[in-house]
Ligand binder design. Structure first.
Ligand SMILES: NC(=O)c1ccc[n+]([C@@H]2O[C@H](COP(=O)([O-])OP(=O)(O)OC[C@H]3O[C@@H](n4cnc5c(N)ncnc54)[C@H](OP(=O)(O)O)[C@@H]3O)[C@@H](O)[C@H]2O)c1
Length: 323
């Protein structure tokens, strides 16, 4: 089968198309992959900068969508079913993958393979961050950084269905504002000077929740943008720098900084992903939550697809087409 392989750790351009053996079923669900999602960890993995370091060579890709080729009788899916699946951190960018049944999910008919390949990783993270860690309540306002990225567009799509009455998207350029608006943002502000813009938009009250996949030097202004009882959800550090918190700010303003590490949570809560999908799947099927509208790259350009996240040119979620 054709697959993307990374054999050296000098960045996204190391990602090459190769021919390798198909995996055996061996008690797993075998899936003919139509598309694979690209996420920020793929760029970090290509440089050996992620906390998880697979042996070389490895196939990148944390999530896929495709058609079941074969499945164990008790897996809940059968040959021919349209599914999305999580490899979690590597193995997805290949024409065939074998996944344990608990990481395979039936795709609603109205969600394309490309959209399906781009939704699990981010939507489940955002659902976890807003619902479980962020305690999002009905009528609250959510601000999201990196709003035209994967986690960002996912937040904009999901937050209203989870209760938010307003979403404020923070992007670095006007060009990215359109992506955030298309994903459903109520308001879009530029990263440069976002604190003052948020103050004005909220009449000085501040927001209830900040979703932060960026970190870096925006962190303190994010804390300052929270209203009383607000929560800042730490999701990632695409900005590179890991910020520090002066805890007197938390005390003075009664705000929380909350870690939201979805992968680690799923390891300590084995039924959690199923429970999440039981809530998300009907929202997608009914259209209450729109499917992602990803940028699709052909397999031959997987390296460019991964690079787009590293060099900040990605517009929305990025996926690679396998078929
Ligand atoms: N906590 C969890 O469980 C979990 C799960 C999944 C992903 N993550 C993390 O979430 C983060 C976002 O992932 P993603 O897939 O959404 O990435 P993405 O699609 O590349 O989006 C990230 C956004 O970060 C912004 N950014 C700011 N400074 C940047 C820089 N120096 N380089 C690149 N981007 C920069 C960009 O928006 P602007 O240009 O508009 O600023 C970009 O749109 C990553 O750190 C990832 O590891 C965490």
């Amino acid at each position: 089968m054709r697959a993307i392989q990374i054999a050296r750790l000098d960045g996204p351009q190391a990602a090459e198309v190769v021919d390798i053996d198909e995996p055996g079923a061996d008690g797993a669900v075998l899936i003919d992959v139509h598309a694979a999602g690209v996420a920020f960890p793929d760029a970090l993995l290509s440089r050996g900068l992620y906390q998880y370091k697979p042996d070389l060579p490895f196939v990148p890709g944390a999530e896929i969508a495709g058609v079941v080729r074969s499945a164990p009788a008790d897996s809940g899916v059968s040959a021919g079913d349209r599914v999305a699946g999580l490899t979690m951190l590597s193995g997805g960018m290949a024409e065939v993958v074998a996944l344990p049944a608990e990481r395979v999910f039936t795709l609603p008919d109205n969600v394309s393979f490309e959209a399906g390949a781009g939704l699990l990783f981010n939507d489940l993270t955002v659902h976890f961050a807003l619902r479980t860690r962020g305690r999002l309540a009905e009528g609250e306002t959510v601000l999201v950084h990196g709003a035209a990225g994967g986690i960002g567009t996912s937040t904009l799509r999901l937050a209203p269905a989870l209760g938010a009455s307003r979403t404020i998207a923070v992007v670095s350029t006007e060009d990215k504002a359109d992506i955030a608006r298309a994903a459903g943002a109520s308001d879009v502000v530029l990263a440069d000077g976002f604190k003052d813009a948020v103050k004005e938009l909220t009449g000085g009250r501040g927001v209830d929740v900040v979703v932060d996949p960026v970190g870096g030097d925006r962190f303190t202004d994010s804390l300052r943008s929270l209203g009383v009882g607000g929560r800042l959800l730490v999701v990632g550090f695409t900005g590179g720098e890991i910020p520090t918190v002066k805890v007197n700010r938390l005390l003075l303003n009664n705000v929380d900084v909350v870690g939201a590490g979805w992968g680690a949570w799923t390891f300590s809560h084995p039924d959690y992903i199923r429970e999440q999908w039981a809530e998300l799947e009907p929202l997608l099927a009914s259209g209450k939550v729109s499917a992602p509208a990803p940028e699709v790259y052909p397999l031959e350009r997987a390296a460019d697809a991964i690079a787009a996240l590293e060099n900040r040119t990605a517009r929305g979620k990025v996926v690679v087409a396998l078929r």
